[in-house]
Design a protein around this ligand. Structure first.
Ligand SMILES: [Fe+2]
Ligand SMILES: [Fe+2]
Length: 223
């Protein structure tokens, strides 16, 4: 639970997505982040309670996925597709900044911005295909054989899994180096959130949704 006494920089690290909220309210979470949220809000003329409500909304309480297919698809779209679309741009922005400011540090995650940009682009196309073809077909009772499009989605999930491995290596499993600045720490927290969400998203599709239309393709060799 976010409180008005918490330091802005701590919230920026602990709450993925908080940096975007702070930027929107022009609250400095990097160089001047060592102040309580109440003070930062007052400085910017923002109502601290509405700010807390906004930040609390980011916490993404664990919600059990619904079981009925239409509800499950709606849940995947809202909880994962839309959330990834919202969170990738901020992570890319922070990665570019960290790489520019700390390029001489041996711990600098060189190439992280490019990796995230490629992931975001490929995921965008992948999700668009699910939204345009696969999910509508599932909602219409699978009027044609879905095993080919599902196999393709599974292969793309595999590629994304490889990219997540690279993401973990580049960020030393989301552990920032000692003394890392707030943006750097917020970047790794955002990457960890992306990793967690993407893995849960793929789990729901591979292991819950897709087998309803294809048997257990997720467990098969896919080449
Ligand atoms: Fe998806
Ligand atoms: Fe997918």
């Amino acid at each position: 639970m976010t409180t008005e006494d918490q330091l802005v920089r701590d919230i920026a690290v602990e709450v993925p997505g908080a940096t975007a909220v702070f930027r929107r309210h022009k609250i400095d979470f990097c160089c001047k982040g060592g102040v309580p949220l109440s003070e930062a809000a007052a400085t910017r003329g923002v109502d601290v309670n509405s700010l807390i409500a906004e930040l609390s909304g980011l916490r993404g309480e664990a919600v059990e996925a619904p079981s009925e297919t239409p509800d499950l698809i709606a849940y995947i779209l809202e909880r994962y597709h839309e959330v990834h679309r919202r969170e990738f741009p901020e992570a890319i922005r922070m990665a570019r900044r960290v790489e520019a400011v700390h390029r001489d540090s041996p711990d600098c995650p060189q190439g992280l911005g490019d990796l995230l940009a490629v992931m975001a682009h490929e995921l965008d196309e992948h999700q668009a295909r699910e939204e345009a073809v696969l999910f509508p077909a599932m909602l219409n009772g699978a009027p044609f054989d879905l095993s080919f499009p599902i196999r393709r989605m599974l292969m793309e999930h595999d590629d994304l899994g490889d990219q997540l491995e690279t993401l973990g290596k580049l960020t030393t499993d989301f552990l920032p180096p000692p003394g890392a600045c707030t943006t750097w720490r917020a970047l790794y927290a955002a990457c960890q959130k992306l990793d967690t969400d993407l893995r849960m998203h793929m789990h729901l599709e591979n292991n819950v949704l897709f087998p309803r239309f294809s048997g257990n393709l997720a467990g098969d060799a896919r080449d």
